[in-house]
Design a protein around this ligand. Sequence first.
Ligand SMILES: O=C(O)CCC(=O)C(=O)O
Ligand SMILES: [Fe+2]
Length: 271
Amino acid sequence: MGKIEKTAFYLGEEITPEQSTFFDKNGFIVFKNFLNRENVQLFLSEMKRVEAQFINEGIEKVNGIPVKYGEDGKGNKIVQRFCFLSQYSPPLHELVQSPPMHTLLQLLQPYEGRIAEDEKDGLVLNNYLRTYKSTFTHMGWHTDSPRDLFMGQRIMPMLNVGVHLDDCPFSNGGLRIIPGTHKQGFFKLMFGKKYFIDKKADPNEVGFDIEAGDLSVHDGRIWHRVEQSPYTDERSRRRVMYMPIVTGKYKPKTNASRTPIYHLLGKNAHH
Ligand SMILES: O=C(O)CCC(=O)C(=O)O
Ligand SMILES: [Fe+2]
């Protein structure tokens, strides 16, 4: 039922030919120790600060994208999915625009990539927690690309950069990817699996022994899902930020932006 992908790299000033070959072949790559422990703590405390602000101010949407709320095991309201988070946090803004983040643009070559800080959903933070009340514990199979179609655009090359803020060994669930599926044709991209509904493990999927501070990059066209933790409460918690790297026409969002249809349709898709 899936194996642990152990191949991992360290990010230097340039993407090495070996890293680029691995990424091209598999459609994903993991870089260990991208953040040190102090920065992981800093970003977690920024998350908590902004979470309190969102709850106090009753913020339902940022730039047209819904903020997803849930409940912890003690009946407290929590935020389970932030969007455009770096717009609320100077340290996260600095992270998103840092030189190492720009190094990752090389993985989109030959396309000229940019960090989509104010496009799509901006910097997303997923806060998975499994309690008897929490609805955000896992995510069914999907690729990140067809969202472009819902936006009335054709599918453009894109990368999703994950910055992991909790240790998450394979046995605790987390990200599962089917290597190489970024090279499938359009038909398989659209119909290879039932979007978000299919949650079954795939014989070819891989998972990771992620440590807090690790970074992953996946191609927007690759099939992936999030396996639920076998544990509950704090042991099940998994916090990971995602920053898209995109190309093509610059499409910034503002508070006047309308809610995309896939967010309305997908209201319950993550349950
Ligand atoms: O939480 C993860 O690691 C993946 C999340 C994801 O695939 C998404 O938000 O599109
Ligand atoms: Fe995804």
